[in-house]
Design a protein around this ligand. Structure first.
Ligand code: 13P
Ligand code: SF4
Length: 346
């Protein structure tokens, strides 16, 4: 049962001491987050991984986050993902080989221009390496606008992958909404070369299945049910939802917004349901409601990190066995590091 599992996790952690650090993304369930040394968004966790001295970084998150932690940490540190099934569907929407094939179509549409590829952190290491190789970088939801500015200082166009909604929301923030075009990698005939030539920002047609489900109907329903409520949403949400909201920001911004709220305020939250549940628990003085009521979704990739797997990887370490180590291939590691370093610099 839960209390027995908690005791086993705590006993293993006592045994392992400073050899282990546990990181928990905001979208992890309570039973994981309560054992985490640090809880945060993907950017915060990547900096925590970079600062960690522990031999083992156990990542409560998804594959792309563990890969980034492996790249950022020293060679003698190991990153462990409690379940190898925890793969973000959006990261899978922009496979490096597929992007490589589209790259020649996109670049030949604008042969005289320099195109800088930017990938969202939510992507695999080989795509991060691809971006570095072509002069680009990585960004997260909290620094996408700065990554775009960095790119436009160096090139004429941006190819943004994989999340079209974060790309579009960032284009709006930079007053460049009219200069975007979507690139559908699944369309048989690609995209009209002329449209690509005219655009400044090419948006890869990927999305997060959790955030894309929020609609303006949810915002209207909340405003009708809770006339005093304010609405905060993640920038992976559709553009019209972001426009209808009061605040937009990464999971760290959402967390901060509730921390800063006055007692008695009501906030509706448009993001993965576990963060909303954590904020309800952490801030009982604020009324925190999920933006889509009972229909809110959890992320099926984040859900794979079952607390029993956390127990297993910890107890195996106590026995001297390293399970589920995430290792990025050395040839990708170096270039992906360049793309991540460029992000950490901007
Ligand atoms: P952030 O942690 O950057 O807000 O990203 C949200 C997300 O979808 C992570 O999978
Ligand atoms: Fe991927 Fe969305 Fe899940 Fe984040 S919430 S891991 S972007 S599917």
């Amino acid at each position: 049962d839960e209390s027995e599992r908690r005791e086993r996790i705590e006993a293993a952690r006592d045994e392992l001491g400073d050899d282990v650090v546990v990181l928990g993304h905001n979208y992890q369930r309570r039973e994981i987050v309560e054992h985490a040394d640090f809880v945060g968004d993907s950017y915060q966790l990547s900096t925590e991984a970079a600062n960690a001295d522990a031999d083992y970084v156990i990542f409560g998150g998804v594959t792309f986050m563990a890969e980034s932690a492996d790249i950022i940490t020293d060679d003698d540190q190991s990153v462990i993902l409690p379940s190898m099934e925890a793969s973000c569907p959006m990261a899978g929407m922009a496979e490096a080989l597929q992007v490589d094939a589209a790259w020649s179509d996109i670049t030949s549409a604008a042969p005289d221009e320099t195109i800088i590829p930017i990938t969202y952190m939510n992507s695999y290491a080989d795509l991060k390496a691809f971006c570095a190789e072509h002069g680009g970088l990585v960004c997260t939801s909290s620094n996408a606008h700065r990554a775009f500015e960095w790119a436009f200082e160096r090139g004429d166009k941006v190819l943004f992958l994989p999340d079209k909604h974060l790309g579009e929301n960032t284009a709006h923030r930079l007053d460049m909404a009219d200069a975007t075009v979507e690139w559908d990698p699944w369309a048989a005939d690609g995209k009209d070369a002329e449209e690509v030539a005219d655009a400044d920002i090419v948006l890869w047609d990927g999305y997060c299945q959790v955030h894309e489900r929020f609609t303006t109907d949810h915002v209207d329903a909340i405003r009708a049910d809770h006339p005093d409520a304010s609405v905060v949403v993640h920038p992976e949400c559709r553009r019209d939802v972001v426009e209808a909201a009061d605040v937009v920001g990464s999971t760290a911004t959402i967390t901060q917004t509730i921390e800063d709220a006055d007692p008695g305020e009501t906030w509706a939250i448009g993001t993965e349901i576990h963060l909303t549940n954590h904020l309800q628990r952490w801030h009982p003085e604020v009324e925190v409601v999920p933006l889509c009521g009972d229909a809110c979704m959890d992320c099926n990739a984040m859900r794979q990190i079952d607390p029993n797997y956390l127990t297993w990887v910890l107890e195996e370490l106590v026995e001297g066995r390293e399970r589920n180590v995430i290792e990025v291939a050395p040839e990708e590691q170096e270039l992906a590091q360049v793309a991540l370093d460029r992000m950490l610099e901007v």
